[in-house]
Design a protein around this ligand. Structure first.
Ligand SMILES: C[S@@+](CC[C@H](N)C(=O)[O-])C[C@H]1O[C@@H](n2cnc3c(N)ncnc32)[C@H](O)[C@@H]1O
Length: 368
């Protein structure tokens, strides 16, 4: 995903994007930052690097945080929360570091203006992130606020919904062309379909939400208004879309319907109740993308091992001409489905290692 994200960032005007594990570093103007927040389908957050420091103890981290001119960055009336993450760091307690950094920010404010900001753990105005490696730390201000996967269209969740940015990335990785029919036959709350439709219609994913940068002193309301106005313009060359979703559970379809409507893309998506094992293809050829259950629930694992060969048969019988992608953490799928794998892409769903499998279905594609 990082390479795709670097491409997205370049299109927003990012300078020298640098791909790292789990993220992309870049430089750019506030305009680039606002665009990345408003338009990125893949990023989880856009963090503004405030200071980098070497440290050996909690006191060094406190000193680095206290050295920042916080008063130039946000108003003392804003509420605050500090988040600390670490990799190979010698510090004993991340909770203690969190407290020390919060103290450093508050102490510095007290020195400068005689008052300190309040902490709000549930819905802070300003989020400070500290990342610690073994000897080096980085302190960021969060320009996104809530994670960017929160697009504001999810009305109802089903069990194990995909994150919106992961779903968008999966759709991109399949190479689906907007003119092609797209089917998710295990659609749950329709995350993949909403993201695919929004992408094809050129909708800005951040139009329905607010952002952390709006709470910072650097906020440029005029620039932000003009970027939002541009994003609200209807796409000039919107393709005709043929999206299809189905699920065997009525509750999932209710959630899908509500989410598609909230996202304003329901008119392009045909939903139906059906089992993937018996449903027919809605077009002669197209792209199927699905995210089957992973098998964490008791009994589900055995059920899935019986399901995969039947799925392979169903694809062969009903979906010749289709390119089928399955995103799962269950690595047994590849063998048990008994189809030739065209491609397998490793991806993470949070900390869970997953695969995106591609199977190209042609008549008689059964192995052996
Ligand atoms: C992990 S969830 C999909 C979540 C979805 N990607 C989302 O983001 O909301 C798996 C879905 O597969 C559906 N499902 C399980 N077995 C099925 C079958 N045989 N036919 C159709 N749908 C099925 C479940 O009802 C569930 O909604």
């Amino acid at each position: 995903m990082e390479t795709l994200l670097a491409g997205e960032l370049k299109s927003f005007g990012a300078q020298s994007p640098r791909v790292a594990a789990g993220g992309v570093g870049f430089s750019g103007s506030w305009e680039t930052c606002y665009r990345a927040n408003l338009w990125s389908r893949l990023a989880s957050r856009v963090l503004w690097c405030i200071t980098e420091f070497e440290y050996a103890s909690e006191d060094d981290i406190y000193a680095a945080a206290r050295a920042v001119n916080w008063f130039d960055l946000f108003d003392v009336n804003r509420t605050l929360r500090v988040y600390v993450t670490a990799q190979k760091s010698p510090v004993k307690s991340l909770e203690f570091v969190t407290l020390r950094v919060k103290d450093a920010v508050c102490d510095r404010f007290r020195d400068d203006v005689g008052r300190r900001p309040d902490v709000d753990r549930a819905d802070p105005d300003v989020r400070v992130h500290v990342f610690l490696e073994d000897k080096r730390g980085v302190l960021y201000l969060d320009t996104s606020g809530e994670g960017l996967f929160k697009r504001g269209w999810r009305m109802q969740t089903v069990e194990a919904p995909l994150r919106e940015n992961l779903a968008a990335g999966i759709v991109m990785l399949t190479g689906w062309k907007f003119e092609q029919p797209l089917l998710d036959p295990m659609c749950g709350g329709a995350t993949l379909l909403v993201e695919a439709a929004a992408m094809a219609r050129g909708r800005a994913p951040g139009m329905k939400r607010s952002f952390g940068f709006e709470k910072l002193d650097s906020f440029n309301g005029v620039l932000w208004k003009s970027l939002r106005e541009q994003a609200a313009q209807p796409a000039k060359q919107a393709p005709k879309l043929a999206l299809f979703g189905s699920d065997s559970e009525a509750t999932a379809l209710t959630a899908a319907r509500r989410n598609l409507a909230a996202a304003g893309v329901e008119r392009w998506v045909t939903l139906e109740a059906s089992d993937v094992l018996s449903r027919k293809a809605p077009a002669e050829s197209g792209v199927m993308i699905a995210n089957p259950p992973y098998g964490e629930r008791i009994g589900e694992s055995e059920e899935l091992s019986r399901f995969y060969p039947k799925l392979g048969d169903a694809l062969k019988n009903n979906f010749a001409g289709w390119n089928c992608f399955f995103f799962t953490a269950d690595r047994r799928m590849e063998k048990l489905i008994r189809l030739q794998t065209a491609r397998r892409t490793p991806l993470y769903n949070g900390a869970l290692e997953c695969r995106l499998y591609e199977f190209r279905i042609v008549a008689g594609s059964h192995r052996g």
